[in-house]
Design a protein around this ligand. Sequence first.
Ligand code: VAH
Length: 316
Amino acid sequence: MKKILITGALGQIGSELTMALREKYGQNQVIATDIREADSPVVTEGPFEVLDVTDYNAMYELTEKHEVDTIMHLAALLSAKAENNPKFAWDLNMGGLVNALEVARELNLKFFTPSSIGAFGPTTPKIKTPQDTVQRPTTMYGVNKVSGELLCDYYYYRFGVDTRGVRFPGLISYVTEPGGGTTDYAVEIYYEALKNKKYSSFIAEGTYMDMMYMPDAIQAIIQLMEADGDKLEHRNAFNVTAISAAPEDFAKAIQKHIPDFELTYEVDPVRQSIAESWPDSIDSDCAKREWGFEPEYDIDKMTANMLEKLREKLGL
Ligand code: VAH
């Protein structure tokens, strides 16, 4: 990978991935794109272009103009927003993905896009979910993610496009505010803990989901993309995870720093139903074996860092 175009570069993953890749490969080697500009170092500290990923010609022209060798396609509508607008979610998530894959095929580019634990459904084994297992998701986001996994495999087997991907758990980051996902509670809780010493979770007590701190997610993307492709038995959608936690586990970790932090519940039935259809904990052994995935942050180490970084960000 020498020159990379990122779609959705102002999103939760994109905001940190863009900066990490510019640090690693050079400021001008990473072309950040998103549907609109924003006041962000992603826009001001390196090449940025406005791009609507549903516009194939625009994506092709931008990619050709910048002579990149890799596309990292992140632009997507997340699970909760997708449930509120399923047709738009299909058009954006699938239309954008097939455009990006077509550009990668036409220009012979390396390709990354993330799948999600959302690609699993209520009939998937919930504990230590295997890499290869039943995938019958009951959300539009999940249908998009399973379809995307299959599409990326197809472009590899049919056209030889070097497609790679991971199934991300809920990602926790202090850089961007949550963006319409089911796991957003795990980000909001830290902001509220610092601002108000209390948080009302929209996900119920005892609801376990896989989670990961963003630095581990960024490292996983880079590690997978730099791995020897000939050694990969799987291509897309490697299960990766670091933490399996429920809201009360976050509260316990926070209370080690803010003893009087109080967690209450006001369950959102839509996002609770999505969360209950996902695994409690997935098995990431294939990623560990095939390309050396090894997360660094457990819930306590993540909590300490999140609170420290958010105090700085919020000026507290
Ligand atoms: C969401 N944060 O909640 C995303 C992610 C596993 C969750 O895919 O939709």
